[in-house]
Design a protein around this ligand. Sequence first.
Ligand SMILES: N[C@@H](CCC(=O)N[C@@H](CS)C(=O)NCC(=O)O)C(=O)O
Length: 263
Amino acid sequence: MSDYDFYYWPVPFRGQFIRALMAYAGKSWDEHGADEIEALMQCPPARQPVAFMGPPVLVERRSGLALSQMPAIALYLGETLGLIGNEAGRRALTVKVVIDANDVLDEVTLDGGRQMWTPTKWEDFIPRLVHWMTIWEATGLRYGLTEERGYLLGTAEPGVADIVTSTLWSTMSDRFPVIQELLETHAPCLAALTRRVAAVPALAALRQKSFELYGTAYCGGQIEKSLRQVLGRQSEGGASAWEGACMCSLGMRGRARKVCGFT
Ligand SMILES: N[C@@H](CCC(=O)N[C@@H](CS)C(=O)NCC(=O)O)C(=O)O
C-alpha cells in the first residue's frame, strides 16, 4: 500500500514540489489525475477529504490526514519526514522560502492564466524574475552557500527549502532555456545549488519520470502556450497530452457534475 494519495494535474507545476519531497524521502504515493480532481472539486466542501479550492491535495494513508495548500503540505511532510530542523527560526524561514516559490509560480503564470503573456509584458517582467533569483542568491550567501557546497539555510543536509528551491528553478529551467541563462548569469550559487540537489538520485529519477509522463509540459493550457510564445523558439516543445490548465479557471470548464467519491 502506498504511503499517500496525491491529487494533482498531470504536469510538473505546483504539485511537483510535493512529489519531490515525497520522492526525496523515499515515500510512495498514488497519483490521482484530472478526472478525479475535477470530481473532488465539485464536491460540497463538507464532503471533500479536506475542504479545498484547488489542488494539490495530499491524503496520508496511515493517519487519514488530508491537506491542501502547497506550503501547508510541504511543512507537514518536512516535519514528519525529518526534512525541517526543529529550530523555530529555521522552520519559519523554510515556510517563507516555500511561499516565495509559490509566489514565483503565480507570477510566471500571471496568476494562473488570468491574462496571457505578450512580448512586452514578458520584457517588463524579466527584472522582477531576476529580482526573485537574487532574493534566493542573497539568502543562500547569508547562510554560507557557495557554488561548490552548502545549502540554502546553512543546514548540513538538504531540507524542504533546498528541495523546493531546486524543484522550482530546475523544472522551469529544464523547459525554458532562457530562464536557465538568467539563473546562471544572475544567481550562480542558486544555479549550482539547484543542480546539486536535482542530481540526488531520487530527484533525478523523478525528473526523468516526469519527462516520460508529461513530456515537456510545464503548467498546461493557454498560459503555457503564451509563455512558450514569448520565450521564443528555444522553448517550443511537445506538451503533454493533457490540454487542461492547472489553473483557477479549470473548475469552471463546465463539465458535467460528477458524483463525489468521498463520504
Ligand atoms: N494557494 C494554493 C493554490 C492552488 C491552486 O491554484 N491550484 C491550481 C493548480 S496549480 C488549480 O488548479 N486551482 C483550481 C482552482 O483554484 O479552481 C496552493 O498553494 O496550493
